[in-house]
Design a protein around this ligand. Structure first.
Ligand code: PLP
Length: 231
């Protein structure tokens, strides 16, 4: 077995252990392999393993890898990084899900681009649950308004759930508290708006086990699969 396949298998084992510790089922947690800075060969190798999608954080980089990889693998691509409005049209050409929707303007631009392209797009709403000024995402307080607007006005978008990136440097307790807040926020939003938000995208290489223990359904893993990043 190759290293990438080994690493994905070991992430899967760690997810299962974390889930079991909390009486949850680890096999309902999806793995997205985050492939920023990784080569086409590494991406293709990951795509053959137990991952549901490849995650890129910049449209420009994703575009440069799309043509060579799309001819070799049909795996879906997710955008996990911030999206600027001038890149929306390109994003709609390659991504099957945009996990980082954080404003009504961005949602509306995506909706229009989807209408023009004759396609639908899965989206997640990014929540800045740790209120980190250096991170993107809506606050807890504005999430409901954003979700409501999208349901009413963006008929080409399928709102699937929420995503978050935590601030750096939290201990176990702080990390688990914020992940638990995300789950509660998801549950509240579901019941207040009467909709289903099955996806909770939370957990990266350094904290995915805590995320799983608090109810994550999708972890986004880069370095634990591919090794440390050079840039
Ligand atoms: C890079 C990145 C990840 C993966 O980070 P690792 O720590 O390498 O696992 C996950 N989510 C987002 C939004 C990222 O930009």
């Amino acid at each position: 077995m190759s290293t990438i396949a080994d690493n994905i298998a070991s992430v899967r084992v760690r997810i299962a252990r974390a889930a079991t510790r909390c009486g949850l089922e680890g096999d309902r947690v999806d793995i997205v392999a985050v492939t920023k800075t990784r080569s086409i060969d590494e991406m293709e190798e990951a795509a053959r393993c137990d991952v549901i999608a490849l995650g890129e954080n910049r449209v420009q980089e994703a575009l440069s890898k799309w043509d060579p990889l799309a001819s070799r693998s049909r795996i879906p691509w997710h955008l996990v990084g911030h999206l600027q409005k001038n890149k929306v049209k390109k994003a709609v050409e390659i991504f099957s899900c945009v996990q980082s929707v954080d404003s009504p303007e961005l949602a509306s631009a995506l909706d229009k681009a989807c209408a023009a392209a004759g396609r639908r797009l899965d989206i997640l709403l990014e929540v800045n649950i740790g209120e980190d000024p250096g991170k993107f995402g809506v606050s807890r307080a504005t999430l409901e308004i954003l979700a409501e607007g999208i349901l009413q006005e963006c008929s080409n978008l399928d709102l699937k759930g929420l995503m978050t990136v935590l601030p750096l440097g939290l201990d176990e307790r702080g990390t688990r508290m914020l992940f638990a807040s995300m789950r509660e926020l998801r549950d509240e939003t579901e019941s207040r708006l009467g909709l289903s938000l099955p996806v909770l995208s939370m957990g990266m290489s350094g904290d995915f086990e805590y995320a799983v223990m608090e109810g994550s359904t999708m972890v986004r893993i880069g370095s634990a699969i591919f090794g440390g990043r050079i840039n």
